[in-house]
Design a binder for this molecule. Structure first.
Ligand code: GDP
Ligand code: PGA
Ligand code: MN
Length: 610
């Protein structure tokens, strides 16, 4: 093993934070990199890193006239999505991980992974990335430090988080921080040639909730390697939130302004690849309405002094699903990426140095596809992986809200839960009250997507769209949600109202019934009317739904019979749903809050009465 003294840069740390220094030294001695680099977040550093990535063949520089300062890269074909079966919550007590997480004892996991990390950075550079989730100006900035041997991760973290010297300075000599260790697990022997996307067949994405640590090994894919995102801001933060009385959720945050100038803030939880980024940047099709973006993936919500729930987006960039993002569906995302400064992964590369993916525009005659092969529209295969991504600074979004950088966040008026269901779930349902809304979230279901490895299109329960992200026992998580409903003073009226939406119902031919995207503004309008005490609704067994005339259909190019189908509460379909919900709830044993069982019983009784 390399003697510590031979690791360049190890003794040149720009900090006196003793805990950080000790950890960096320990990791360097374990992983044996050639050198240690403290990431400063500067332009010059970005230039150096991206040049290196281009030289190594990991990235290709796009035509600056088309996508300035932007890059195209391809992963190993096996490293394209979050590896949920390799993701672990290593709580001290197995019971705390609950029935929805993989678990291994922390000592055992650390033993296994320490063996994997031993020498795993040989021949590579070890980067130390100080980062902050949420504004650095927060009363209690949420610091993290990621150690990684992947320059792709460093470049992506610069887009996705506030990071570098300003964060290290902010940490001072002794601030708390989340330790996030990442290695692609591909050491280089002297003289060994590198590959464009080094990674390891053995993968672990491990979380130690009690000590607030993350250990990731073997994968370079964003969700597994950009550890500030799902690992910190959801899995670890959900544990912090439980302990401290707040919520860390898989939610977009939007600012919605009505034609009269009234502002409402809406948060929405949808499973991965089910529409968060699109909704966050929506262009309303109804006149006079305006959407501004605060976040597209994660919301941290804390009670303000006025007893309302305030949401902050801890991220700094967008890591969006590429396919389906186009001028017709999400023009604001297109405008955002057109400004450049982005990394595109597993999409098509055009001969003129631009990128393309399915759903963006008319296909070009030729491309290099995500596997590096020549592609034409006749190829009979997709040019881009279904989970290919754009990674882009959020501040470039033309409709980013001024409130984005406000450390206090925005007061949330409504929470949307949504999934991808071809049947059963109507376009929009309003919860009767907070507990009913928590029930809706706890029973949320969705067809699986390409965002995680495994089969696609299988209906599974995805509570609050957090199934892969709850860092503890899901039954305790539901209890925490119920507790949050009591607010700071028991006044539920101060809390957001809860809604359940489904943009993805299909007809017998398998086509989406509801046009979605910008047209979703019609649903948002009804929600605002409900929040303001207007808006007609009928009570059904599953909650309140708009009356036939309540939804604004002015200018909507859609058969009204189809609209009724999209909005329908089908009693038979719902009866079929009950055994699945029952089975789901039984998983949690006595950890499931009794009020949720009561909701299910009441739903069953109401359906029986129909
Ligand atoms: P996220 O991963 O939750 O942020 O999901 P995205 O917003 O990136 O969307 C994932 C996929 O769903 C993309 O292919 C979108 O084009 C598609 N999508 C998003 N919103 C809608 C919608 O309202 N209707 C339909 N049919 N597809 C949508
Ligand atoms: P998302 O997930 O689809 O919710 O943006 C990102 C990921 O898969 O890591
Ligand atoms: Mn997204």
């Amino acid at each position: 093993m390399a003697a510590p003294a031979t690791i360049r840069g190890l003794d040149q740390a720009p900090t006196r934070h003793s805990k950080l220094l000790a950890w960096v030294k320990e990791v360097a001695e374990l992983t044996s990199p050639d050198q240690v680099v403290w990431v400063d977040g500067s332009e010059a550093e970005w230039k150096r890193l991206t040049d290196e990535l281009v030289d190594a063949g990991t990235l290709v520089r796009l035509d600056p006239a088309r996508k300035p300062n932007s890059f195209w890269g391809r992963t190993d074909p096996s490293d394209v999505a979050r590896a949920e079966d390799r993701t672990f919550i290593c709580s001290v007590d197995e019971a705390d991980a609950g029935p929805t997480n993989n678990w291994m004892a922390p000592a055992e996991m650390k033993r296994v992974m320490t063996d994997l990390y031993r020498g795993s950075m040989r021949g590579r550079t070890m980067y130390v990335i100080p980062f902050c989730m949420g504004p650095l100006e927060a009363e209690k900035p949420m610091f993290g430090v990621e150690i990684t041997d992947s320059p792709y991760v460093v470049a992506s973290m610069r887009i996705m988080t506030r990071m570098g010297t300003k964060v290290l300075t902010g940490m001072g000599d002794n601030a708390d921080f989340v330790q996030a260790l990442h290695s692609i697990g591909a050491p280089l022997e002297p003289g060994q040639a590198d590959v464009a996307w080094p990674c390891n067949d053995t993968k672990y994405i491990s979380h130690f909730p009690e000590s607030r640590e993350i250990w990731s090994f073997g994968s370079g894919y964003g969700g597994n390697s950009l550890l500030g995102k799902k690992c910190y801001s959801l899995r670890i933060a959900s544990v912090m939130a439980r302990d401290e009385g707040w919520l860390a959720e898989h939610m977009l945050i939007m600012k919605l302004t009505s034609p009269e100038g009234r502002v409402h803030y809406i948060a929405g939880a949808f499973p991965s690849a089910c529409g968060k980024t699109n909704l966050a940047m929506l262009e309303p099709t109804i006149p006079g309405w305006k959407v501004e973006t605060i976040g597209d993936d994660i919301a941290w919500m804390r009670f303000g002094e006025d007893g309302r729930l305030y949401a902050v987006n801890p991220e700094f960039g967008l890591f969006g699903v590429a396919p389906g993002t186009g001028w017709k569906t999400n023009a604001n995302a297109m405008r955002t990426i057109d400004l450049g400064n982005s990394i595109f992964t597993n999409v098509g590369l055009t001969p003129d140095g631009d990128i393309w993916w399915e759903g963006m525009s008319e296909p070009p005659a030729h491309l290099v596809d995500w596997k590096g092969r020549d592609w034409t529209p006749e190829s009979g295969e997709l040019s881009s992986h279904a989970n290919s991504r754009f990674c882009t600074p959020l501040l470039q979004c033309p409709i980013v809200a001024d409130e984005f950088n406000d450390p206090h966040g925005v007061p949330i008026d409504a929470i949307l839960f949504g999934g991808r269901r071809k049947d059963t779930i109507p376009l929009i349902t309003e919860a009767r009250d907070w507990v009913h809304g928590v029930y809706m979230g706890a029973t949320l279901s969705s067809e699986t997507t390409a965002a995680a490895s495994g089969e696609v299109g299988v209906v599974r329960r995805d509570p609050m769209a957090m199934l892969p992200f709850i860092g503890y026992h899901a039954g305790d998580y539901f209890r925490h949600w119920i507790e949050m409903g009591k607010g700071t003073d028991g006044d539920e009226a101060k809390l957001p109202k809860i809604y359940y939406v489904n943009w993805f119902r299909k007809n017998a031919d398998g086509d989406f019934i509801w046009p979605g995207f910008g047209e979703n503004s019609r649903v948002l309008k009804w929600i605002v009317e409900r929040l303001e005490g207007r808006g007609d609704a009928v009570e059904t067994p599953i909650g309140f739904v708009p009356t036939v005339d309540a939804l604004d259909v002015n200018g909507l190019d859609m058969d009204m019979e189809n609209l009724r189908i999209a909005m329908r509460v089908d009693v038979e379909e719902w009866r079929d749903e009950l055994p699945m919900i029952n089975e789901w709830f039984e998983k949690f044993g006595d950890k499931l809050p009794g009020v949720l069982w009561a909701e299910l019983d009441a739903l069953r009784a109401r359906l029986d009465d129909e």
